[in-house]
Ligand binder design. Structure first.
Ligand code: NAD
Ligand code: 0WE
Length: 258
């Protein structure tokens, strides 16, 4: 059975109650994991207050600010994990960002700085967090990241984020190859479109969701909790033979040709 008792899980990417990371955190908690939550700090501390209130029912034993553009915050995040937990078993990477102007219009007009921002936050951060987690995963481990079909197919307006996700999926394979000898598994979940803070800021997301509801084999979209269940599986011993994979949690949409 799915059992994560005794496992320490660090979850990134919770912004509010619609975040995919929130769905994942709830399912890991339900399976018995001990949680650590990181959040993106802002100047006024609004995010800290909001996320702290949201996650309180899951009794996180760590609650740490971590902006992946800040090397010191990453370092101190994993120092805290080492000092308070000793070992880490699970890392959830559930964050992405591109400038809004780069998520519409002509892909060929993406600026150098927009490209750097998208790939630094959305792609490089997996490598960076995995590298910091590696010495703490002394009893093996499981790393799970979130990707999207726009990293494999050209989806209107996903643009530079598609390049970031292609790089992310390839990073999953290289990390799996490197970390396998330490029994650390690395996998991605490719989720179908879900209304979240990030996706709601995108023009036409509702039309995309409507399209998926017409075309996907299950004739619906997926929920954050369904993604969370797949993540719990990938973090558990039930998936002990699986690494380097992209698991589609998309109501079957990816298999369709028309
Ligand atoms: P969300 O807005 O709830 O989550 C995005 C998170 O990224 C936020 O918590 C935000 O604080 C964090 N973040 C942004 N910049 C950061 C930085 N510099 N340092 C640390 N954290 C930072 O939206 P979501 O849809 O839940 O997105 C989570 C993941 O799921 C992303 O990787 C996204 O690409 C992926 N995804 C989303 C969908 C969808 O339709 N919503 C589909 C497939 C994959
Ligand atoms: O990965 C994502 C969301 C990525 C995202 C969204 C935003 C909006 C607000 C990254 N950065 C930002 N920056 C902002 O300022 N998804 C898979 C959801 C998503 O985003 C799209 C989609 C889908 C689906 C963008 C265009 C087309 C489809």
């Amino acid at each position: 059975m799915l059992n994560l008792t005794g496992k320490n899980a660090l979850v990134t990417g919770i912004a509010n109650n619609r975040s995919i990371a929130w769905g994942i955190a709830q399912q890991l908690y339900k399976a018995g994991a001990n949680l650590g939550i990181t959040y993106l700090p802002d100047e006024r501390g609004k995010m800290e207050t909001k996320v702290a209130e949201l996650v309180q029912p899951l009794n996180p034993s760590l609650f740490i600010p971590c902006n992946v553009q800040n090397d010191e915050q990453i370092q101190s995040t994993f120092e805290t994990v080492r000092d308070k937990w000793g070992k880490l078993d699970i890392l959830i990477h559930c964050l992405a960002f591109a400038n809004k102007e780069d998520l519409s219009g002509d892909f060929s007009q993406t600026s150098r700085s927009g490209f750097k921002t998208a790939l630094e936050i959305s792609t490089y951060s997996l490598m960076q967090l995995s590298g910091a987690a590696k010495p703490l995963m002394t009893q093996g481990g499981s790393i799970v990241t979130l990707t999207y079909l726009g990293g494999v197919r050209a989806i209107p307006n996903y643009n530079v984020m598609g390049v970031a996700k292609a790089g992310l999926e390839m990073s999953v394979r290289y990390l799996a190859a490197e970390l396998g000898s330490q029994n650390i598994r690395v996998n991605a979940i490719s989720a179908g479109p879900i209304r979240t803070l990030a996706s709601s800021a995108v023009g036409g997301i509702l039309d995309m969701i409507h399209h998926v509801e017409q075309v996907a084999p299950l004739r619906r979209t997926v929920t954050q909790l369904e993604v969370g269940n797949a993540a719990a599986f990938l973090c558990s011993d039930l998936s002990s033979g699986i690494t380097g994979q992209v698991l589609y949690v998309d109501a079957g949409y990816e298999i369709m040709g028309m």
